[in-house]
Design a protein around this ligand. Structure first.
Ligand code: SF4
Ligand code: SF4
Length: 198
């Protein structure tokens, strides 16, 4: 696993707090076929109406396929995870990968890249890690500060969200217990982690 993947796994922000993850009918069908579950079982991962599904985040304020332990995350639906989970990466990871690409091609790094001044890959990794930590801390701070205020996107599960962002551990399993195939957990994190990237 690359260091960018490791950072994503220990962040897990996208899988634990952003309840806007869009899921399509094709995604549900891939889960259904991949794990040999019924449509109803696959449907338990989402809420909303067809065409407007989002990942269901309640109780633990995390995706029903995610487990959290010791500061890192595992996606239990990794092999057949939704398309957006394969494709999305945050701007911080995108800048880091752009840095690696340009340096790898012996080019100077674009000055608009916030990491352009990093002297080497080690320094880049340190800066990226710090940026991700700041982003998580800032989001948690906003949740705590505004949890009772007006004008802040305030889900019903705000107390759980604060706990989760604070590092609470939980163990979800997907597919649901008792179904035909058991998924082997893979590192979580919303970006294209692991060998099935892209
Ligand atoms: S893609 Fe999401 S989970 Fe991965 S590092 Fe960025 S914010 Fe965190
Ligand atoms: S990567 Fe896995 S745990 Fe994260 S939102 Fe997607 S399915 Fe859920």
């Amino acid at each position: 696993m690359s260091w960018t993947d490791e950072i994503c796994v220990s962040c897990g922000l996208c899988c634990t707090s952003l309840s806007l993850v869009r899921i399509t009918e094709d995604d549900l069908e891939r889960l259904r076929r991949g794990y040999q579950v019924t449509r109803e079982q696959a449907r338990r991962m989402v809420r909303g109406d067809p065409g407007e599904f989002t990942i269901l985040m309640e109780k633990t304020a995390a995706c029903p396929a995610l487990s959290s332990k010791g500061g890192s995350y595992r996606c239990q639906a990794y092999e057949h995870r939704p398309g957006i989970c394969r494709e999305y990466e945050c701007y911080i990871l995108a800048f880091a990968k752009e840095w690696l690409k340009q340096r790898g091609a012996h080019q100077s790094v674009d000055e608009r890249n916030p990491f352009h001044s990093a002297a080497d890959e080690e320094e880049l990794a340190r800066q990226v890690r710090e940026s991700i930590q700041r982003m998580r801390a800032s989001f948690l701070h906003d949740c705590v500060t505004h949890q009772n205020g007006e004008g802040f996107r305030r889900p019903d599960f705000m107390p759980e969200l604060i706990q989760t962002l604070s590092g609470a551990e939980f163990a979800h399993s997907f597919p649901p217990a008792g179904t035909q195939s058991a998924a082997s957990g893979r590192p979580g994190g919303h970006g294209p982690t692991g060998s099935e990237a892209g």
